[in-house]
Design a protein around this ligand. Structure first.
Ligand SMILES: Cc1ncc(C[n+]2csc(CCOP(=O)(O)OP(=O)(O)O)c2C)c(N)n1
Length: 588
């Protein structure tokens, strides 16, 4: 029996094992929403903004490794997900976005709510396609999921005109996909892997530098094995956090602009870098001409276009990180005759790293008057025993979360790394919470970012998604204010947000309770109250507004020239403008 395009759409999602999609209806997708409404296998989460839907799908995907799915209407529905597509593209998130389109006979007519969805999304999707015939719909959906989740994952957009959703065709879901020209390499080249193993055993100052690719390929076990076999210290990018246990003795934590002193120094002095699923992003490399000046580079990545893009690789290995590390570990095991000898060989290097660490640990001063953001995060980490999933927004709070919340497990630190999208954190946390309803999910945010998607409080309330919103409220676009303090003589151009709105009252309007801490002594009880509450909750920490995030490599600077603390004139407060209470603003 023939089925409508809308029925084919829903059956195809079921075949892909999709249990939830995020979206908002509109004229051209009403038929699809109507069919979705009449079945129970695929839940529809109605968001309050399409951007929220796209980030929820990303959060779901980042937490599970499965494709996240969103469905929106044509025109403004589609343009509202562009930030989500670009975000997913930069962070290699498997996202399948379905957009409605005007009927095929109207395309190009400037019809109501017509937009060139394929044209607009071309530079920010891994693949996109307009379905012109209902007979192509099932195959196109199969291909979309395949492309989104294989190779280097990424967003795929499928544009479905209204008549395609109402026309009928026989439904047969293809068993497999065959795409000419798309064949991701999985196994690494044996010769190059042997070369890499030899370099690894020879190196005296090696560093394993891990990016998000290690998480996407689920390579945490293989990575741990390699590090322990070779005793090589591991540093992670923001996207790679969680791929290696942050509390492991070989972990150096995050590197880059706000990374640990010791990991950046190790990068600068290394004689060998083993880059694992990382892309040498500028926030990591700093000044390229002075980046790891003496190191030889082994670069493992599934995406051949990432290799040698920014930094020369002496031994390039194209392949799936997990498969390549498995191959490499077999060789390393056979080459490593004497583990003790290996430890002796690296002793001076590991000792040097320890010394850097002891000399310049992460530090902050907490008195009994004003709350420091780092203190809140340390307490939260201690109390939650590193059991939950954290999704962050973008700014200082994101960097502090990366430094102080040393995620132990893969897929528990969800953040917008590449695009740096403020407004990502809260919807992403909701997506992760939908994936794992019984896990503790926290959104670490600040008032600037949170206000970019706060409408999703309604989604949290309606679907009873118990995300804990941990707000490090400094009344500023804090990261912008930090740069203005350091590089613009303290002129706070458009970075002062003030104390508006009152987030506790805002939460009340949505039926979401909140707790506020204004003094350090209140921090612990606010965390405990919020965590005890069964539903979504807002924890509003009124933090010291002028705290700066260190270490910091000034943009374009080399790794060994980190700024470690406020310059003396800043610390004396000479350049700081007092916070004024403005008319119409709510009191702190
Ligand atoms: C959508 C978007 N707009 C602007 C920026 C530029 N930006 C980066 S950090 C930042 C300030 C973030 O402020 P807030 O969310 O309050 O976090 P804080 O730094 O105070 O912790 C801004 C405006 C961005 N990253 N994303």
């Amino acid at each position: 029996m023939k089925k409508t395009g809308a029925e084919i759409f829903v059956e195809s999602l079921k075949q892909e094992g999709v249990d939830v999609l995020f979206g908002i209806p509109g004229g051209v997708v009403l038929k699809i929403f109507d069919v979705l409404h009449q079945q129970k296998d695929v839940e529809v989460i109605l968001t309050r903004h399409e951007q929220g839907a796209a980030h929820m799908a990303e959060g779901y995907a980042k937490a599970t490794g499965k494709a996240g799915v969103c469905l929106v209407t044509s025109g403004p529905g589609m343009t509202n997900i562009v930030t989500g597509l670009a975000d997913a593209f930069m962070d290699s998130v498997p996202l399948v976005a379905f957009t409605g389109q005007v009927s095929t006979n109207l395309i190009g007519n400037d019809a109501f709510q017509e937009a060139d969805n394929v044209g607009i999304s071309r530079p920010c999707t891994k693949h996109n396609v307009l379905v012109k015939d209902v007979n192509d719909l099932a195959r196109t959906i199969k291909e979309a999921f395949y492309i989104a989740t294989t190779g280097r994952p990424g967003p795929v957009l499928v544009d479905i005109p209204k008549d395609v959703s109402t026309d009928k065709a026989e439904f047969k879901y293809p068993d497999k996909v065959s795409l000419r020209g798309y064949n991701p390499t999985i196994e690494g080249n044996k010769h190059q892997i042997k070369q890499a193993a030899e370099e690894i055993m020879k190196a005296k100052k090696p560093v394993i530098y891990v990016g998000g690719g290690a998480l996407f390929s689920d390579a945490a076990d293989e990575l741990l094995e390699m590090a322990e076999l070779t005793q090589i210290p591991v540093t992670m990018t923001l996207m790679g956090l969680g791929s290696f246990p942050g509390t492991h003795p070989l972990s150096m934590g995050m590197l880059g602009m706000h990374g640990s002193y010791w990991s950046n120094m190790a990068m600068h002095h290394a004689d060998l870098l083993i880059a694992v699923g990382a892309r040498f992003d500028d926030r990591v490399t700093g000044k390229l001409s002075e980046f790891s000046p003496v190191a030889r580079v082994v670069h493992i990545d599934i995406d051949p276009t990432s290799i040698k893009k920014n930094v020369h690789a002496h031994i390039p290995i194209v392949g799936d990180v997990r498969s390549v590390l498995k191959q490499l570990n077999v060789l390393l095991r056979s080459l490593d005759g004497n583990a003790n000898e290996r430890k002796q060989q690296l002793k001076p290097w590991l000792g040097q790293i320890e010394e850097w660490k002891r000399g310049h640990p992460f530090k902050y001063e907490q008195d009994d008057k004003v709350i420091k953001p780092q203190y809140v995060l340390e307490k939260l980490f201690e109390i939650t025993k590193n059991e939950g999933i954290v999704a962050t927004d973008v700014g200082q709070h994101q960097m502090w979360a990366a430094q102080y919340f040393k995620g132990k497990k893969p897929r528990t630190f969800i953040t917008s790394g590449g695009l740096g999208t403020m407004g990502f954190g809260f919807p992403a946390a909701l997506g992760a919470q939908r994936a794992y309803p019984d896990k503790l999910v926290m959104c670490i945010t600040s008032e600037g970012s949170f206000q970019m998607n706060l409408q999703e409080l309604a989604t949290a309330a309606v679907y009873k998604l118990p995300v804990k919103i941990v707000m490090l409220n400094n009344g500023f676009h804090g990261m912008v204010r930090q740069w203005q303090d350091l590089f613009y003589e303290g002129r706070y151009a458009s970075s002062d947000l003030g104390k508006i709105p009152d987030f506790i009252k805002l939460g009340e309007a949505y039926g979401i309770p909140g707790w506020r801490a204004e003094k350090p002594a209140e921090v612990e009880s606010v965390i405990r109250e919020g965590l005890k509450y069964k539903g979504p909750a807002i924890l509003d920490f009124q933090i010291y507004p002028f705290e700066n995030c260190y270490p910091m490599i000034p943009a374009g600077g080399p790794h060994h020239e980190m700024v470690l603390e406020d310059p003396p004139d800043l610390r004396s407060g000479a350049k700081k403008k007092p916070i004024e209470e403005k008319e119409g603003e709510l009191p702190a």
